[in-house]
Design a protein around this ligand. Structure first.
Ligand code: PXP
Length: 251
């Protein structure tokens, strides 16, 4: 504002995809229905999320089939369906037809998606999955480390988007911002849209958000953790209000 010069070449807009997997993690901890991922997805949409990201893992540890179905059917925001390149997940994605599918590596023992997809060494397996998804009208993204060979391979196997893994950057690995900068530029040079995500927080998001080629950030764990700090005061106040009002009428 106040007197700042606005360049005539406005940078392309940047979308926020909110990953709601950990709403389901919390729901599943009690085995009930609260908190409900669809309800939270709607709240995210009302408060600024441009898209909803969810990962239907092979072991269904957080998001379940019914969550994915309900959120895709709601269609209030474009859904980014993270999936392993398996026949089962490809079938589900082709049936639910989310806006996009982001193919990620998946190892049963991992706590979260630990590294990027090895596109270079899995071209033959990825090609038919990508073409089935594209035939179903799903925009296909590949989650890769900021490595040029992986980006060239993503273009070669028919992906439309590359999501750059920001995990090493978030862990303060030296030189990682520069690698991401070069990878984002290369992604657009090879004709793909560039997204980024993993481990992003209030403290580290700005340099990534400033990369002009990046069109979307997918952020989950930090937002859900921060929502506790920001939302708990209001939840506690409401609980106290109900408790004390009930006690007042009982007296
Ligand atoms: N992008 C991808 C492909 C992911 O697998 C994840 C984690 O599920 C994220 C983004 C979001 O990462 P975080 O939860 O650390 O924000």
């Amino acid at each position: 504002m106040g007197g700042r010069c606005i360049s005539s070449a406005m940078p392309a807009s940047l979308r926020l995809g909110v990953n709601i997997d950990h709403v389901a993690t919390l729901r599943n901890a009690r085995g009930g229905a609260h908190p409900d991922p669809l309800t939270i997805a709607k709240l995210c949409a009302e408060t600024g999320a441009d898209g909803i990201t969810l990962h239907l893992r092979e072991d269904r540890r957080h998001i379940r089939d019914a969550d994915a179905e309900a959120i895709c059917a709601w269609a209030g925001r474009p859904v980014n369906f993270e999936m392993a390149a398996t026949a089962e997940m490809t079938g589900i994605a082709c049936r639910l037809r989310p806006h996009g599918a982001c193919i990620v590596p998946e190892r049963r023992a991992e706590i979260t998606t630990e590294g990027g997809l090895d596109v270079v060494n899995n071209r033959a397996a990825l090609r038919p999955v990508i073409s089935r998804l594209r035939d179903a009208g799903v925009v296909v993204s590949l989650f890769v480390d900021p490595v040029p060979a992986q980006i060239y391979a993503a273009a070669e196997v028919g992906a439309q988007v590359v999501e750059l893994h920001t995990g090493a950057y978030a862990n303060d690995k030296p030189g990682e911002l520069q690698r991401l900068r070069m990878a984002a530029a290369l992604t657009t040079q090879v004709g793909l849209e560039c997204h980024a995500g993993h481990g992003l927080t209030f403290a580290n998001v700005e340099p990534i958000a400033a990369l002009p080629e990046v069109r979307e950030l997918n952020i989950g764990h930090f937002l859900m953790g921060e929502a506790l700090a920001m939302g708990l005061p209001a939840a506690i106040a409401e609980m106290k209000r109900l408790m004390l009002a009930a006690r007042a009428t009982a007296l």
